[in-house]
Design a protein around this ligand. Structure first.
Ligand SMILES: Cc1cc2nc3c(=O)[nH]c(=O)nc-3n(C[C@H](O)[C@H](O)[C@H](O)COP(=O)(O)OP(=O)(O)OC[C@H]3O[C@@H](n4cnc5c(N)ncnc54)[C@H](O)[C@@H]3O)c2cc1C
Length: 488
């Protein structure tokens, strides 16, 4: 008697969500995972690039989660490799450093000046007495929590740099997810009590692998292969075929070097590819309305410039002891209006193991842009020069201290909560009908999910298969402590 073939699952993408799905399947089921990853790298947006011995993330990646399950997974995956870091991130504005979150201390008062402080207090009091009743935009969300003046000083320009459109054109959902329970009263309480705080924006400590987030995901990939899972790099899923309405039957995959097309059947399909592209890959059978919403989904893209420096011009005046007396921040928000630069990561402070020569300073400059716009299309050399000029202009470095640079572009880093996002439920209703298709992760669900949320969506999807739960509701419920409008 021949044994029936093992069931298989095709997983699109080798980022945290796809790798976690494969890991869970191997540990808890008999289903064999096959991952197709279109790039040459493991880790998706959470990868780490090794440039001549200096390692850089696509934006620094904190390992922090409210889920004990995720925290344990991380610690068990890389025992002895996880560093516990104390977060320090400040805001650079008026060529000065402010605490983040903004705290009402002497430094803030002297940096802002008496008149600005009075204006901030008065506008906050006004908001307390007459808040905006119907919060329809991110601008309303900020004003109701911080007052108009504080919003104009610290939130408006930075948020517009990130999203490329005015805050009054962005829905309030982004604030709900990103800033969650943060408010002036919590900021004050935090400043006074330094309490154990788990609001996403205030997290005081986090874990970080010695060699960056990529180390975590490369380790997971190693285990997947050891346990018999398959990972194919440079393989892009371009089509998903469905013979009837509620089952996907096969994937069409393009091998990137030879352009060879492969068709592969499977029992389950997990997608972490951008929802916009997933809907395209489903072909002509997709209802017009679903196609229209998918076409209207918007993404923000990202460029980071790794800069190797002899030293920084900006001095450490904090009293915190650091190697070579570099300023102690993990990252700095650049609020200055005369530069396009959004954030600086100081990788020496994430992990000394990220830097090849401890006498140098290794930083990442972050720019938010749209694929194909002026910034995106600059060639690497002129982009690096532009970034160095900006950093010198705001007095953070001297140009002659630059030793080396690398420019890295990453498309679709931020799924946006504008465009057709308010009709996203139409896509969800359609994709949820395919009982063997699971949308998981960040772009996979078009949601501002961090690594932990991406992992939890994968874990929940696998549990649904094990427990024969047909509804996808619990997957969509991850990372929604504040209820979503589409669920109402
Ligand atoms: C600047 C920045 C900072 C961040 N900081 C943090 C942080 O501090 N902490 C934290 O926990 N999270 C952070 N995140 C979020 C984190 O990066 C994501 O949550 C996580 O990487 C999402 O995992 P994922 O697997 O869902 O998606 P991704 O990481 O996007 O991986 C998806 C993978 O699918 C592949 N793919 C796409 N389409 C196809 C296709 N058609 N065929 C085959 N493969 C395909 C992609 O190449 C990619 O490798 C940050 C994100 C950004 C942009």
């Amino acid at each position: 008697m021949t044994m029936p073939d093992k069931k298989t699952a095709i997983i699109i993408g080798a980022g945290p969500a796809g790798l976690t799905a494969a890991y869970e399947l191997l540990n808890k089921t008999d289903i064999k995972p096959i991952i197709y990853e279109m790039t040459e790298d493991i880790g998706g947006i959470s990868k780490t690039i090794n440039y001549k011995g200096n390692r850089i993330d696509i934006g620094g990646h904190r390992f922090f989660s409210k889920s004990n399950r995720v925290m344990h997974r991380w610690q068990n995956m890389l025992p002895s490799q996880m560093l516990t870091r104390t977060r320090l991130s400040r805001i650079f504005f008026l060529r000065k450093l402010f605490d983040y979150p903004v705290s009402l201390n002497l430094n803030t008062f002297s940096n802002l000046g008496f008149m600005r402080i009075i204006k901030i207090c008065l506008s906050y009091i006004k908001t307390r007495f007459s808040p905006i009743k119907d919060e329809v935009s991110l601008e309303d969300f900020f004003i109701n929590r911080f007052g108009k003046e504080l919003y104009l000083t610290f939130f408006k320009d930075y948020t517009e740099k990130v999203w490329g459109i005015p805050c009054n054109k962005i829905g309030p959902e982004w604030g709900v997810q990103r800033i969650k329970g943060l408010s002036i009263s919590k900021v004050l309480l935090h400043a006074v009590k330094k309490q154990k705080n788990t609001e996403t924006s205030l997290i005081g400590q986090f874990l970080y692998p010695k060699l960056g987030p990529g180390q975590m995901w490369e380790q997971v990939a190693r285990i997947i292969k050891e346990k018999g899972g398959k990972i194919y790099l440079k393989h892009k899923v371009i089509g998903l075929k469905h013979h009837d309405d509620n089952k996907i039957v096969e994937a069409v995959v393009k091998e990137k070097t030879t352009n060879e097309l492969i068709t592969k059947t499977a029992d389950y399909f997990f997608s972490t590819m951008p929802v916009k592209e997933l809907i395209q890959s489903l072909g002509d059978g997709v209802p017009q309305e679903v196609q229209q919403v998918a076409q209207g989904l918007i993404y923000r893209d990202f460029i980071t410039v790794g800069l190797l420096l002899r030293k920084l011009k900006i001095k450490n005046k904090t009293g915190i002891k650091t190697i070579n007396n570099i300023i102690p921040d993990n990252w700095i928000y650049i609020q200055e209006r005369d530069v396009k630069l959004g954030r600086i990561q100081i990788f020496n402070n994430w992990s000394p193991y990220m830097v090849k020569d401890k006498n140098t300073v290794w930083i990442g400059l972050e720019y938010f842009c749209n694929e194909g716009d002026e910034l995106w299309n600059k060639d690497d050399e002129s982009f690096a020069k532009f970034a160095i000029d900006e950093l010198a202009k705001i007095d953070i470095i001297e140009k002659e201290d630059v030793l080396d640079s690398i420019v890295i572009r990453m498309p679709k880093t931020y799924p946006a909560y504008f465009g057709t996002y308010d009709k996203f439920y139409i896509i969800r209703d359609f994709t949820d009908k395919f009982e063997n298709l699971f949308l998981i992760g960040r772009n996979g669900m078009h949601r501002y999910n961090n690594q932990d949320h991406s992992m939890l969506t994968a874990m929940t999807a696998v549990e649904n298969i094990i427990n024969n739960i047909k509804s996808k509701h619990n997957i969509w419920a991850v990372n929604t402590e504040d209820e979503y409008h589409e669920d109402k």
